[in-house]
Design a protein around this ligand. Structure first.
Ligand code: UD1
Length: 421
């Protein structure tokens, strides 16, 4: 298995292009199952999670062609001949659950394995199931699989999520698009990936209002047509690379970046003393004044501080001036990067959902292990700022969500390379 070797060598300078969002693409792809006409996605990211979703859709009978070096996905679900999402594929990626709503809405039945995914807590799918049940689905859990059916088609319903779930909102939206009557989703997720999904569904002929707010209304239609849709910019990749010039004391422009995708994150960086400028082509981030100031961070659903940037922010705060508290409120086991950062000389104490980080002068390179997707990139960021060599193993976590990391960072002067083991 490959390793990534990073050697801290001072300020990064240059430009980094930001790809289409993994999490948007992973919900836009199953939307193909809603229509017999082709759905084409442009600006798709080149990631192993996208390959896993491709394999899953192909196993159901969909055609997925990867064009233009993977940046265009041309999909057709004209001949879906299998309605079972198998454990062997689903266990690799939790987002596989997103085929459930579309299959059920178009065919009236589906069998989907209970998902696996990152080891960041229990991550049940009960809200996905409750929303579908509200629309009339009959569900049974048998041998690790969800068996879902509905006689006479899904029916519009009022459903209030007890707490915000991105995936459950996406599944419910796709299902409601083809349900009979009106569905009102309350306490719905407001993430940009939800807005992107709704914009694509509207192009396909769906009637939806309220995306981006916590109440979304869907007027079901009989059928959806094909469409072509560009995947929204990846705000998590954007936020991650915004930290590269901060942690190294450099200046980098993130091409395609927009502040409204990462507003709360920008506010925190500015509070820490970082300068952020919106340019015609993206966001320019600069930090030349030594260590950043300590800041407290609480993760929240959008528009709050994203849980998917918590590990990277922790890497930055490891060398801040003062003591910061990070509160993780979305996932119960999302500090697995802390022991690895401690191996690099960080001063971190974790108590339940709170990590207390006291900044040190400088981190030191060490062999570290990726424990999940965002944790892995936090160690690369730490490695860019550390003295000496950081060797990251279990790189497959990183490849799930970051395309061409070595290429993007070395173009700005980083010493980073992938070495096959
Ligand atoms: C999505 C993102 C993930 C991000 C997360 C929160 C994708 C592919 N992944 O994950 O990168 O970290 O949003 O921003 O888009 N929960 C339940 N029952 C459910 C569903 C969720 O208890 O049925 C809990 C989860 O365990 C978690 C919280 O709700 O504690 C939020 O999860 P959710 O928003 O659903 O995350 P995902 O859609 O899985």
């Amino acid at each position: 298995m490959d390793k990534i070797v990073v050697t801290g060598n001072g300020p990064l300078k240059g430009q980094i292009p930001i790809a289409g969002a993994k999490n948007a693409c992973l919900t836009l792809m199953p939307a193909t199952l809603l229509s017999e006409e082709p759905l084409t996605l442009t600006n798709a990211p080149r990631l192993s999670d996208i390959k896993t979703m491709t394999t899953l859709l192909a196993s159901l009978g969909a055609e997925v062609s990867s064009l233009q070096d993977g940046q265009v996905l041309a999909m057709s679900s004209h001949d879906i001949n299998n309605h079972t999402a198998d454990y062997d594929i689903v266990r690799k990626m939790r987002a596989s659950i997103l085929v459930l709503g579309p299959l059920l809405a178009r065919y009236g039945h589906a069998v989907v394995s209970l998902p696996g995914g990152c080891a960041i807590g229990a991550r049940p799918v009960d809200l996905h199931l409750k929303a579908l049940e509200a629309m009339g689905a009959e569900l049974e859990l048998k041998d690790g699989y969800i068996h879902a059916k509905v006689s006479g088609g899904l029916k519009g319903a009022q459903f209030e999520f007890p707490f915000v779930s991105v995936g459950a909102t996406e599944n419910a939206l796709m299902a409601a698009s083809l349900a009979k009557g009106t569905t009102v989703l309350k306490n719905a997720a407001r993430e940009p990936e939800i807005v992107d999904l709704v914009e694509c569904l509207i192009k396909m002929g769906a009637q939806i209002e309220g995306q981006g707010s916590s109440t979304i209304t869907v007027q079901g239609v009989d059928r959806l047509n094909g469409a072509t849709h560009p995947v929204v910019t990846d705000r998590i990749e954007l936020g991650t690379y915004m930290l590269a010039p901060v942690i190294t004391g450099g200046e980098v422009e993130l091409l395609g970046g927009r502040r409204n995708l990462v507003d709360t994150f920008c506010d925190k960086l500015e509070e820490a003393g970082v300068s952020i400028e919106e340019t015609k082509t993206g966001l320019k981030v600069k930090h030349a004044n030594g260590r950043v100031k300590a800041v407290d961070v609480t993760t929240e659903p959008f528009p709050g501080f994203p849980t998917d940037l918590q590990a990277q922010m922790m890497a930055l705060l490891c060398t801040s001036e003062g003591t910061s508290e990070l509160h993780e409120t979305i996932f119960e086991n999302r500090f697995m990067h802390a022991p690895e950062l401690i191996r690099m000389g960080a001063d971190i104490e974790v108590h339940g959902g709170t990590a207390t980080v006291t900044g040190v002068q400088r981190l030191k390179g060490a062999p570290v292990m990726a424990t999940d997707l965002r944790a892995s990139v936090s160690m690369i960021l730490a490695g860019l700022a550390a003295e000496g060599e950081t060797v990251l193993s279990r790189v497959y976590h990183l490849d799930r969500g970051y395309e061409r990391v070595e290429e993007k960072l070395s173009a700005c002067g980083a010493m980073i390379e992938r070495v096959p083991e």
